[in-house]
Design a protein around this ligand. Structure first.
Ligand code: NAD
Length: 257
């Protein structure tokens, strides 16, 4: 395992690495000299992240097309980590979708299932394959992406909020199960971050909406993907050696109101 935030030679897998938080975190791991298995459902953006790491950092990267709703894709991600880089030290289970804005009694069965499948079951599916490899390797660190909506609710986001609360619960359970196996399991809970996910719903492009969302944060701004990456690297590093089951909010004060 790594010493401090130096991940030299460590193998890291990242889901949803083609954009936003996953991309920024993958690059940060590359800058910390890790070997990064960059995965995303989107081949073009994922390949772009891997190329950036290989060309612009001292780390190495391999892209694998992974849909976190597909078990076989996750197997391929793990297989690539072990065959290309000899093991698995760190996993950042981050892939997620925003989903629709519908009340609890109005969301369709299909939307509910899709959001839960990607945002919650995708994290479980990944951990289910990562933990056995880490056990074989003598330990590791897992960081899952939850949200402030893993800690509080927001109207008209029933599946997203349920999934992110689920990630918080799942993180704690896995942390308890592996506490004496040298596998730490933590989560980050970002508030609103300037990424494609928010652009898709107009938050970063519509001035009025942007101002409304800024006002939800005591710091009166949104966060950046790089600020979340910093927290992920810390949780994954030996600096966080006594932290497990932690669900760390990086939120400009959002949850302190
Ligand atoms: P983003 O849209 O920029 O990136 C998400 C990435 O996940 C994309 O590259 C996308 O192709 C990929 N993806 C989507 N479905 C996938 C699937 N089935 N399998 C594999 N990859 C898939 O969004 P982001 O803001 O960087 O989101 C990353 C994570 O952060 C998500 O879990 C999201 O819920 C969470 N989050 C985001 C915010 C925010 O405000 N942006 C806040 C809290 C939590």
């Amino acid at each position: 395992m790594s010493q401090s935030s130096d991940f030299t030679g460590d193998t890291v897998v990242v889901t949803g690495a083609g954009s936003g938080i996953g991309r920024a975190t993958s690059i940060a791991f590359g800058e910390a000299e890790a070997n990064v298995v960059v995965t995303d459902i989107d081949r073009d953006s994922g390949t772009e992240t891997a190329t950036t790491i290989a060309d612009e950092t001292s780390g190495d990267a391999t892209f694998v097309e992974v849909d976190v709703t597909e078990d076989a894709d996750i197997d391929e991600m793990i297989q690539t980590a072990t065959s290309e880089y000899g093991g698995l030290d760190v996993a950042f289970n981050n892939a997620g979708i925003g989903g629709t804005f519908d009340a609890t009694d109005e969301i369709s069965e299909e939307d509910w299932q899709t959001i839960i499948d990607v945002n919650l079951s995708g994290v479980w599916r990944s951990m289910r394959k990562e933990i056995p490899v880490m056990l074989e390797d003598g330990g590791g660190a897992i960081v899952n992406t939850s949200s402030i909506l893993g800690k509080v609710g927001e109207a008209e986001t029933p599946a997203y909020t349920a999934a992110k609360h689920g990630v918080v619960g799942l993180t704690k359970v896995a942390a308890l199960e592996r506490a004496t196996d040298d596998i730490r399991v933590n989560a980050v809970c970002p508030a609103y971050i300037e990424t494609q996910m928010l652009e898709d719903v107009g938050v970063t492009t519509d001035e009025e909406m942007h101002a409304e969302v800024e006002a939800l944060h005591p710091m009166e701004r949104l966060g950046t993907a790089e600020e979340i990456a910093e927290a992920v690297l810390w949780l994954a590093s030996d600096d966080a050696s006594f932290a497990t089951g932690e669900t760390l909010a990086i939120d400009g004060g959002y949850l302190s109101r």
